[in-house]
Design a protein around this ligand. Sequence first.
Ligand code: GLC
Ligand code: CA
Length: 539
Amino acid sequence: MTAWWKKAVVYQVYPKSFQDSNGDGIGDIKGIISRLGYLEKLGIDAIWLSPVYKSPGVDNGYDISDYEAIDPQYGIMEDMDNLIAKAKRHHIRIVMDLVVNHTSDKNKWFVEARKNKDNPYRDFYIWRDPVDGHAPNDMKSGFSGSAWQYDEKTGQYYFHLFAPGQPDLNWKNPKLRQTIYDMMNFWLDKGIGGFRMDVIELIGKDPDKKIRENGPMLHPYIQEMNKNTFGNRDVMTVGETWNATPKIAEEYSDPARHELSMVFQFEDQGLDQQPGKEKWDLRPLNLGELKKVLVKWQTKLDFNHAWNSLFWENHDIPRVISRWGNDKEYRVQSAKMFAIVLHLMHGTPYIYNGEEIGMTNYPVKSIDEVEDIESINMYKERLAQGYSKDELIHAINVKGRDNARTPMQWSDDAEAGFTTGMPWLHVNPNYVDINVKNALADHNSIFYTYQKLIKLRHENDIVVNGDFELVSTDDNVLAYYRVLGNERWLVVANLSSKQERFTSTDEIQRILISNYDLPETLLGMTLKPYEAFAVAVKK
Ligand code: GLC
Ligand code: CA
């Protein structure tokens, strides 16, 4: 039997920006509950909920101070229980974000740990003596600066792969691991649909050997976690793994290994940055390279022993139409193209809130408009290194994480109907046109393309289980077959803003979906900018 999560489409909710229910300008759980009907109409099966746990909010909830409490800005535990129960009535499962590489420095474990070297929680974290009066080594934090923070009180450094307010947990400590498993079971017992595991590839780290991701103990830990928590429950698990190759993805997701359902891989993220440099060091995307990466993950991963997820966007990466498509004259066409080409691939698709109505990046003019710690730290660091303000603001506009974090655009009411108060982050001024209300009223909108793609997946096993076969075309066109039994579907997408040629002798049996009107024959076609379609053809 095919697992439910192989047939599912998952929708990511970024709670701070989804829907405010009490006018404080911050999205909340009651707000999410009020939008379940909308999500059911879209047709999704599960919500991946970015963190709503108690947190000082240094990294918007990815710094947890209490794993078994809800942050007051989002509501109370009763709201969360309601969300789980009410979502179920809308046929939606709630997948929680599991952030266990690190906690907040305000977590009681860390508050205890830093008190003295003999504290029972000391060993929940990673402490090292100074070396020659300096940090133990030159490892860097993902949010700029050293990964080591000196703590006066006990005269040792603690390790943090993200902000100093996010101390890394010491997974070598079996007591810490058991504490995490107990916490996971607390949530599983509430009937959640699974976990999205934040930077899970880091938990096997070895700071003394400067090993960050894919450390030697990574997979043993995940296997142990599986056995002690979700292993015999009908839930999905997806690991955030920035450095996965297809082989590594198989290690995580081969059912025989009892680890995770699937991973998020990010190989495409490096395509518009200079090799060996940081994400801010921009270079233009080459569509041929994008195509190569997409095809690689369809063909090099053995779907009989592995599973993968499919996504363009999340809260850490910019809006795809602004980044690789066209958010001006071809906004609608390119949004539908990205949807069609991805959602008919092999794997579980994810939609990031707002993607389904074609929300775009937000152009900031100065650093005062920026909320994200990653962008702010980078800006300060690089300014000191001599970069110009203009080039840094440009990089933030292209790659900054706030781009995808602006409030959800529900209507053309004030603040896009997100809040009756002052939103915590600026609403994109294009909300007067780009909003859910308009999308629902227009039967040709991006929303209905997503709705139809979800329906196609739910109703056709070929989308879930069909083989993927690449069709040879020029670089700017991606065409593939999905094949199952005596069915064959052809998916064609022009990734570019120019006209492209496509030809095939296949006979169209049925048009499944398209973003322009289709001719009767595929012979000698001229594809319009961002044209994409799927047709059933004779096998
Ligand atoms: C993941 C999250 C990101 C967060 C980081 C540290 O990459 O998606 O938002 O900043 O981990 O938790
Ligand atoms: Ca609120």
